[in-house]
Ligand binder design. Structure first.
Ligand code: FPP
Length: 245
């Protein structure tokens, strides 16, 4: 599969909605939390493939603000899983020059989780390879509302004028201000939804939907998504002729 990939057309930023852990567990007669545990293996595969391809940013939707409404035991299990996965993966991050970052309302996470994230973010801050961005307690609508509030405050403080507002000023207020917009958004589990993920940022992303449940999603599946992306014509509103010339 790797040989089918054009090294000159690698997406800079890939975002992934990792969906289907619960259904995978049910299908296999297991607890939902075991589904999440098995999902970590797929995270590893996708991160490894991203490093090999030289992708700059990989954003993973690990926990939405809506996920707080799940049963308490499942939420706790997910938080514990995150801490244990981060503990285990630190040597891999260092070896592969991966920088961990987060987007979302991370101050809503349990203390142990926040502390572990801060530790790994600090430990990997000097790494210059893949930026691995975990969306945690993330809601795109809330991110947009917070940006509007911040802009309104600046207008009220008279540090900017309403006519200064443009796309780049707005984008600068988002969690993702340091990253290019996603070129490719992948969602697993055969669902065709965006689920409040990076709504502003994916305006021109290519969308790829895989029928595989997240724990079944492998490196080969990720590479297949990249090949499909490379076969798309990204016109950004222009005509084919304009793109070709
Ligand atoms: C969606 O499946 C998945 C999640 C809400 C959590 C994703 C978390 C992991 C893969 C593990 C930890 C992550 C990291 C980054 C180490 P679902 O529960 O919505 O599945 P369902 O739709 O089948 O119920």
């Amino acid at each position: 599969m790797l040989k089918n990939i054009n090294k000159d057309n690698i997406p800079e930023h890939v975002a992934v909605i990792m969906d289907g852990n619960g259904r995978w567990a049910k299908k296999n007669g297991l607890l939902r939390t075991i589904g999440h545990k098995n999902g970590v293996k797929s995270v590893r595969e996708v991160v490894e493939a991203s490093v090999e391809l030289g992708i700059s940013v990989l954003t993973l939707f690990a926990f939405s603000t809506e996920n707080w409404n799940r049963p308490k035991a499942e939420v706790s299990a997910l938080m514990e899983l995150l801490v244990s996965a981060l503990n285990k993966e630190l040597p891999t991050f260092q070896k592969n020059n991966i920088q961990l970052q987060t987007i979302g309302e991370t101050n809503a996470l349990p203390k142990g989780c926040r502390e572990k994230l801060t530790e790994i973010i600090n430990e990997t801050s000097g790494n210059t390879g893949l930026k691995l961005v975990l969306a945690l307690s993330y809601s795109s609508k809330l991110e947009i509302i917070n940006s509007i509030k911040s802009i309104a405050q600046k207008i009220s403080d008279k540090t900017i004028k309403p006519e200064d507002i443009n796309e780049s000023l707005f984008a600068n207020e988002l969690y993702t201000s340091d990253y290019p917009n996603p070129d490719l958004l992948i969602r697993t589990s055969g669902e065709y939804r965006i689920s409040n993920f990076l709504l502003w940022q994916i305006a021109y992303a290519e969308l790829y939907f895989s029928p595989k449940l997240w724990p079944d999603f492998t490196k080969a599946d990720f590479l297949e998504a990249i090949v499909e992306y490379q076969n798309r014509e990204r016109r950004f509103g222009k005509t084919t002729e304009q793109i070709k010339n």
